[in-house]
Ligand binder design. Structure first.
Ligand code: NAD
Ligand code: DAU
Length: 357
């Protein structure tokens, strides 16, 4: 299977993974038009895209994936033959504080987007493609052993994970019922440049540089599998262009580590790259009240994408963390610019009563 789209609607392209995706594909496929539709919520930042904003094959549209009229106008104007759907509310802790926006964007937004694609692609399904970006969290929580596979039953446990699981089910239902040409990818924890500092890795780097306390939930024993975002976007490009219609792919980094060990390695790397004695920042760690329903561990079996599509991650955790710390140290101003009043008020709500001192 080989698919070379001519006009791609990318939703959520001003967010973390969407930005990295556009920075990868826009220069690479000069004959393909990429239209980035993003509502610019707190997580969307056009400053991520300055390297490509003037390219002829890139356009930005400020708008919402729940806006059916806008979507039908965009499909008519640009004649998209592919959609790559990143737009979502993506932070588990915010979904626990208030799930409403998660259902609106992640579930309803996905539905509205698919309705627009379905109407526009009637009769041309075999030359079009809807790529839905999802997460390993739809499968629930693992114990110390085992991996999720594409056949694992869904068992989401947070409002975020439930909203993503609902969207995945709707995507498969549209494929079965209406013949919408879909591919789905479920990915593990991404890290790297342009990630909003509410997520663990950039939050730790930011607080470490500022000399502020580092919140570790519970005892830091939960395990995540980390994937460098540039490796992820390479995998996404491969799936869009070469995976069979209707297929699902799990994309993991095969780099599992407990949160405490990760935080310690990050702090040591910040020490190293700022010329401090290694270990100086470890006393900043604070064990705080755990996340409710905190999933213990995620791990994906990525062997199908490695064996069938020939993808391999290029970064192990050591190399990825070195590059990530370097990037944030070089982009302190970018980070401070996005930490506005909304972030500070979220931070106070999220951490104020958790036992940080
Ligand atoms: P992010 O929060 O950094 O970015 C989300 C983007 O979507 C932002 O630019 C935001 O402005 C935009 N957006 C939000 N609501 C919108 C709406 N209603 N209409 C249009 N745009 C809207 O998210 P991310 O970390 O880049 O994640 C991207 C996708 O990948 C999400 O679907 C997420 O569920 C999935 N995912 C993320 C990870 C991860 O580790 N970050 C891992 C697996 C899957
Ligand atoms: O697994 C894929 C998912 O990874 C994506 O679908 C989500 O969009 C993305 O946000 C991420 O979810 P997590 O909840 O795993 O990521 P987060 O960075 O929020 O937290 C990583 C781990 O660190 C998790 O076990 C909770 C813990 N944590 C997090 C924060 C923010 C802390 O101990 N302290 C913190 O302050």
């Amino acid at each position: 299977m080989s698919f070379a789209p001519s006009a791609v609607l990318v939703t959520g392209g001003a967010g973390f993974i969407g930005s990295n995706y556009l920075l990868h594909v826009v220069p690479r496929y000069a004959d393909t038009l990429f239209v980035n539709l993003d509502a610019l919520t707190y997580a969307g930042n056009l400053a991520n895209l300055t390297d490509i904003e003037a390219r002829d094959n890139y356009r930005f549209v400020h708008g919402d994936v729940t806006d059916a009229d806008l979507l039908s106008r965009l499909f008519a104007e640009y004649g998209f033959d592919a959609v790559v759907h990143f737009a979502a509310e993506s932070h588990v802790d915010r979904s626990i504080l208030d799930p409403t926006a998660f259902v609106r964007t992640n579930v309803h937004g996905t539905l509205v987007l698919m309705q627009a694609a379905r109407a526009a692609w009637k009769g041309s399904e075999d030359i079009c493609r809807f790529h839905h970006i999802s997460t390993d969290e739809v499968f629930g929580s693992l114990g110390p052993e085992g991996h999720f596979t594409a056949d694992t039953s869904y068992a989401p446990r947070s409002p975020y994970a439930a909203s993503k699981a609902s969207a995945d089910h709707l995507v498969r239902a549209f494929a079965t019922t209406y013949g919408l040409p879909v591919v789905i990818t479920n990915t593990s924890n991404n890290y790297g440049p342009w990630q909003f500092p509410e997520k663990l890795i950039p939050l730790v780097i930011r607080n470490a540089v500022a000399g502020e306390p580092i919140p570790v939930y519970g005892r830091g024993e939960n395990v995540r599998d980390w994937l460098f975002v540039e490796d992820h976007v390479e995998a996404l490009d491969r799936v869009l262009r070469s995976a069979p219609n209707g297929s699902t792919w799990l994309i993991g980094g095969d780099q599992e580590i407990s949160n405490l060990e990760l935080v310690e390695r990050l702090l040591d790397e910040v020490d190293r790259q700022t010329g401090s004695q290694v270990g100086t920042r470890r006393p900043l760690i604070r064990f705080v009240t755990d996340r409710p329903g905190h999933d213990f561990r995620y791990a994906l079996d990525s062997s199908p994408i490695q064996e069938q599509l020939g993808w391999q991650p290029k970064h192990d955790l050591e190399k990825g963390l070195q590059r990530t710390v370097r990037w944030y140290l070089d982009h302190i101003r970018w980070m401070e610019n996005i930490l506005d009043g909304e972030y500070r008020s979220y931070y106070a709500t999220q951490y104020g009563s958790r036992g940080m001192n």
